[in-house]
Design a protein around this ligand. Structure first.
Ligand code: EPU
Length: 453
């Protein structure tokens, strides 16, 4: 029996929808739909500040990160309304104004998106204020690449006790920038700033995730001139004026991969409506090597096991590598594979902490906090990397666990659904930062759980 409270009452930071009692051991079966990607929609919403006319974004997921960015736009005077179809939002930036640090802080919540407001606000108002940044606690998550890029455009960065104030008294001018690492956020920072800076910007060592390509598509619709050159180089010719866009967000491949792994772990069968093959090629290869079976269809992809699960060695990496956001649900499935798997986390320095809860549930996982030397590797070893060595198969049993962050939290829920017995999973509100209608989707897939707090 599943009892779900009204999901709109579920908060990301406390209150209803924080604690689930999950009775596992039942395969998840059925169909879920994925909407636009969290990691595109929130950035495209920020881009609307750059246009002289209103923008419309379609397939916006109903997640708390979107609500945070909506509030931030509203405190900056942008009028946000529901669009002409379900999941569409319109943004009118004609009344945009400066906001106070306290207002920004109050609306920023646990989000890192405020940092991407810098370029558009500097173009619009000559000033941007950035509060202390949130986001998942998966490592230090510094913002040095962002600040260095803004300085290269001519911005002045002042740090104060309440946050960061950035100004551009002489306007912003195109720059030659080489990122030390192909950071997703820093690439977006450069794009959102360079499109209206004077002259040409050359960005080397750029991130090229599909969500970034979709942001480039949004900016091109607005009037930007951006070309993607070989070897991670992006050229941007600044223009004086941009207009609003009408755009359907690229699907959320992280959510699609999460449900695919849930089908593997619970030995179920899940059709992910809206999932597309092209953006998931790397994931699908690993899914197949682990023993997964999939069928790519016109309107989505069907995922299930193709036989016994097999161990793999994977390295997380920037695109076109295996995304860091895919390793957590995959590791749950790997606890059910016969043999030794290794997951090298090369992107963040603290993204394997969630495995402690899996160990509590009976998994055999050892985390090497400084990574593992040796063996054939595609990604050169980074200072900050970690590795998880997983031995399986281990039956999972119920436990009381507290979710640490978005992707780790999703994995905990899937582990509890794989385990025999009733688990109490606390802090699940954070999952609504990135998974739309999470409880309703679990229910549609036949999960047996109650929302108890
Ligand atoms: N980094 C720096 N300095 C910077 C910026 C990044 O050292 O100024 C480092 C980070 O510490 C990290 C690496 O560079 O070690 C990669 O960070 P990146 O900037 O690429 O990540 P991000 O933009 O902060 C986005 C997604 C993450 C996703 C990563 C990697 C959003 C809002 N977040 O983060 O998504 O894991 O790219 O693809 O787009 C999630 O969805 O759960 C999530 C955490």
């Amino acid at each position: 029996m599943t009892t779900i409270l009204n999901e709109s009452a579920v908060s990301a930071s406390g209150g209803l929808g924080e604690v689930l009692a999950i009775r596992g051991g039942r395969p998840l079966r059925g169909r879920v739909e994925v909407k636009g990607a969290k990691n595109l929609a929130t950035k495209a919403m920020v881009a609307s500040l750059l246009g002289d006319t209103p923008s419309v974004l379609r397939d916006v997921p109903d997640i708390s990160d979107v609500k945070v960015v909506r509030s931030l736009l509203e405190v900056h005077g942008v009028t946000v309304d529901d669009g002409d179809e379900e999941g569409a939002l319109s943004f009118d930036p004609s009344g945009a104004v400066s906001a106070h640090m306290e207002e920004i802080d109050a609306h920023a919540g646990a989000s890192r998106i405020p940092i991407l407001f810098c370029g558009p606000l500097l173009h619009l108002l000559g000033e941007a204020l950035i509060p202390d940044l949130g986001g998942c606690r998966i490592g230090d998550r510094p913002i040095n690449f962002h600040m260095d890029a803004l300085r290269a455009f001519g911005a002045i960065v002042d740090k104060s006790y309440e946050g960061i104030r950035i100004t551009a008294p002489n306007g912003l001018t195109g720059a030659n920038i080489e990122l030390p690492y192909p950071s997703v956020g820093a690439t977006e920072q450069v794009l959102l700033t360079a499109v209206k800076a004077k002259g040409i910007t050359e960005l080397k060592n750029a991130a090229i995730e599909p969500e970034i390509m979709d942001l480039i598509a949004v900016l091109q619709k607005m009037g930007a001139i951006i070309s993607y050159e070989p070897n991670r180089v992006i050229l941007i010719e600044g223009v004086d004026r941009l207009v609003g866009y009408d755009h359907r967000a690229i699907f959320d491949r992280n959510e699609a991969a999460s449900w695919a792994c849930a089908a593997l772990a619970t030995d179920g069968e899940i059709f992910v409506g809206g999932a597309k093959q092209q953006e998931m090629l790397t994931f699908l290869n690993v899914f197949r090597k682990v023993g997964g079976w999939f069928d790519v269809r016109e309107d989505g992809i069907l995922f299930r096991r193709g036989g016994a699960l097999k161990p793999v060695v994977v390295e997380t990496d920037v695109h076109p590598g295996f995304m860091t956001d895919w390793q957590q649900p995959l590791i749950v499935a790997l606890t059910q594979a016969e043999g030794e798997s290794i997951v090298h986390e090369t992107v963040y320095e603290n993204r394997l902490g969630f495995t402690e809860a899996l160990v509590k549930m009976g998994a055999d996982i050892v985390v090497h906090p400084h990574g593992i030397e040796g063996g054939p590797r595609r990604v050169p070893r980074r200072e900050l990397e970690q590795a998880a060595v997983i031995h399986g198969p281990t039956p999972l049993h119920s436990a009381d666990i507290v979710v640490p962050d978005l992707r780790g939290g999703y994995s905990h829920v899937i582990a509890a659904l794989t385990a025999q017995g009733e688990s109490i999973v606390s802090g699940v509100g954070v999952i609504s930062r990135g998974y739309e209608k999470f409880f309703a989707k679990l229910e549609a897939l036949g999960a047996d759980f109650d929302v108890i707090g």
